[in-house]
Write a protein that binds this ligand. Structure first.
Ligand code: ADP
Ligand code: MG
Length: 363
């Protein structure tokens, strides 16, 4: 039998990093969430060659303090969580301290950053593949942080090949994700730019620092889309068996669904199925069972089109678990079956009322 021995640290880091940063969407998600966690009110995302050459995320957030330079990209180093108990009351997007360290293993990664008192000067930080700080350079820099990812997955040739082959589709998915952040994040200005290799950059879309999700939706999808929507404002009973913590026990078993959905009227602002965004406490996520339930109810009122859905499920932080997969995309909802039943009933009632007030136009 071959000798059992430990995998060398660098290889372990590569293997694990590939689970945190699985695709182009993961890169953008992690960097945008870091900017939001740093209280940014303006975030610019720049793609070169759809992200194959580089992805850059610039924010006007807090910046990184000099004493943190050494630790910022080390694995499991975070300013957001110090022990497991903190997870149940988590208020930030990040908590695993893995994104920057993983990006160091999977790309050429650098950061420029300045805190308010340093701007317009700041530091450019470069790291080695293990996330260790390799150089610090004085640069001109506005308050905030810019993270730059070049040559994504070049250290994982098979994944780089896949990324290159599917780049247009991957880039499309990224734009969908950015639409979701841009719509849910009120008072944050989003600008997305793209440039082909050696070309001039153009604005893909932008929002202002609006104070409502309605305005954001109008900026991203246009006023016509907005006019075909009705508000989604439901309160559901959601009896979780989970022990509740005193400090966040304000909802007393209630769950709120806030957002917007297509009116069940034929032909008004025909929507495509990719315009469906789901959030848990403002965190964009895939909720396939819930998506299926909403689509089913909607179809019973309007068979001819898929609805636009923008739905934020607001609930106790200990009624769900975001720590299911390293990329934090899967969210485990406790008592999902009860939630879905109550949601279907509430949606049926809502659409029935709507049916009585808005005359159905003829196909
Ligand atoms: P996590 O977000 O889980 O803490 P990351 O690897 O994404 O882990 O980031 C590590 C740390 O770097 C964060 O905890 C934060 O302190 C700092 N950081 C990362 N991005 C930014 C940013 N854009 N602005 C300010 N600080 C940042
Ligand atoms: Mg993070």
């Amino acid at each position: 039998m071959a000798t059992i021995k430990a995998i060398e640290a660098r290889s372990v880091h590569q293997i694990q990093s590939g689970q945190v940063i699985v695709d182009l969407c993961s890169v953008v998600k992690e960097l945008v969430e870091n900017s939001l966690d740093a209280s940014a009110t303006s975030i610019e995302i720049r793609f070169k060659n759809h992200g194959l050459d580089s992805i850059e995320v610039q924010d006007n957030g807090t910046g990184i303090s000099a004493e943190n330079y050494e630790n910022v990209a080390l694995k499991h180093f975070t300013s957001k969580l110090s022990n497991y108990d903190d997870l149940s009351s988590l208020q930030t997007f990040g908590f695993r301290g893995e994104a920057l360290s993983s990006l160091c293993a999977l790309s050429k990664f650098s950061v420029t950053t300045a805190q308010a008192q340093e701007a317009p000067k700041g530091k450019r930080l470069d790291f080695d593949g293990m996330g260790r700080l390799s150089s610090t350079t004085l640069v001109a820099c506005q308050r905030g942080t810019t993270a730059t990812v070049e040559g994504l997955f070049e250290s994982l040739p098979v994944r780089r090949k896949e990324l290159t082959k599917n780049i247009k589709r991957e880039y499309g998915k990224v734009l969908g994700l950015l639409h979701a952040y841009a719509c849910i994040c009120v008072n944050v200005k989003f600008t997305v730019k793209h440039a082909v290799t050696k070309g001039k950059s153009t604005i893909v879309f932008s929002t202002k620092a609006n104070d409502s999700t309605r305005e954001n939706i109008a900026n991203v999808y246009g006023a016509k889309t907005l006019s075909a929507l009705m508000p989604l404002d439901l309160t559901l009973d959601f009896e979780s068996n989970m022990p509740r913590m005193a400090h966040n026990d304000t909802s007393s078993g209630k769950l709120l669904v806030k957002g917007h959905i297509s009116k069940p009227v034929f032909g008004e602002g025909r929507q495509t199925p990719d315009r469906q965004m789901f959030f848990v406490n403002g965190r964009p996520c895939g909720l396939p069972q819930i998506a299926k339930a909403i689509n089913e109810v909607y179809k019973s009122f309007n068979v001819s089109q898929s609805p636009f859905i923008f739905a934020d499920f607001q609930m106790d932080t200990n009624a769900y678990d975001v720590n299911v997969s390293p990329d934090k995309r899967t969210i485990l909802l406790h008592d999902a079956a009860i939630l879905i039943e109550n949601l279907k009933t509430a949606l049926n009632e809502m659409f029935e009322k709507q049916d009585q007030t808005v005359p159905q136009s003829q196909p």
